[in-house]
Design a protein around this ligand. Structure first.
Ligand SMILES: Nc1nc2c(ncn2[C@@H]2O[C@H](COP(=O)(O)OP(=O)(O)OP(=O)(O)O)[C@@H](O)[C@H]2O)c(=O)[nH]1
Length: 254
């Protein structure tokens, strides 16, 4: 990952929840400590080797760099334009999810990243059926870590350039995404930047709308509901007037 560290559009931070990342991880109020802008936090998850790092790097740099170190779980920040507003976006690359006989095995580092995120990209590879089988469980796991809120999720089927050795039919990915209520993108990180960009863009838009809705009712409440007059103040005023007029009466009678 040394390559992308040298690219000046990206700021890199330690993993959320790790000791050095307190500043980045504690920004839960939707504002970026880096730019003072509204912040959208996205975690990219999926099985090992499906192209998570390649996807993140492609989105952030527009480049496909073929070979990557095994993922160390890096966090990157950049700014994006969403409907005329500049937002800060943080993208967390995560270690590949392991599959065991009992099912998913998500370590604490991965769980921390998912809890931290406002939205998640779940990636599978069309040439790896096991990575596709993981999607439902992973989606369920993500929602369980965000009880009481439906986290925006985009499902990305990667390596569409390798159709000749595919193990998953594109329509199966779409059907699964529909069933789970997620947006679906089939992409080739190696060959197409636009689809990758669209997948992240759609997610940022959804989070941005959610944040706006979450902040609006409070404002409206304070502006629409008239402030009740304090009965005590009115009472005090009345008594003050009474006392004043009694005093005036006393003075005139003297
Ligand atoms: N043909 C093809 N290869 C791809 C594509 N995307 C990624 N790859 C390759 O797939 C391999 C794995 O990519 P990574 O980005 O390291 O995958 P990862 O999911 O981050 O893997 P872990 O770090 O092990 O979790 C690399 O050799 C990439 O070059 C794609 O769209 N097409």
């Amino acid at each position: 990952m040394r390559l992308i560290q040298n690219m000046c559009t990206i700021a890199e931070y330690p993993t959320p929840g790790s000791s050095g990342s307190a500043a980045a991880a504690s920004i839960d109020c939707c504002l970026s400590a880096v730019s003072g802008r509204r912040l959208v936090k996205i975690a990219v998850v999926g099985a090992s080797g499906v192209g998570k790092t390649a996807l993140v790097v492609r989105f952030l740099t527009k480049r496909f760099i073929g070979d990557y170190e095994r993922n160390a779980g890096n966090l990157y920040t950049r700014q994006v334009q969403i409907e005329g507003e500049t937002l800060a976006i943080q993208v967390q690359d995560t270690p590949g999810v392991q599959i065991h006989e009992q099912g998913l095995s998500c370590n604490e580092q991965l769980n921390r990243c998912i809890r931290w995120a406002d939205a998640v990209v779940i990636v599978f590879s069309i040439i790896d059926y096991k990575s596709y089988e993981l999607i439902s469980q992973l989606h369920q796991h993500v929602q369980q870590l965000h009880p009481g809120a439906r986290l925006p999720v985009v499902i990305v089927a990667n390596k569409a350039d390798l159709l000749h050795i595919k193990q998953v039919e594109p329509q199966h990915g779409l059907q699964l995404a529909n069933m789970l209520g997620c947006t679906f993108y089939e992409v080739s990180v190696s060959e197409n930047y636009n689809d990758v960009y669209n997948a992240f863009h759609v997610l940022c838009k959804e989070v941005s709308h959610k944040q706006q809705v979450a902040s609006t009712p409070e404002k409206r409440r304070t502006s629409l509901i008239p402030r009740p007059k304090s009965p005590n103040m009115q009472d005090l005023k009345r008594r003050f007037k009474q006392a004043l007029s009694a005093k005036v009466r006393t003075v005139t009678s003297v």
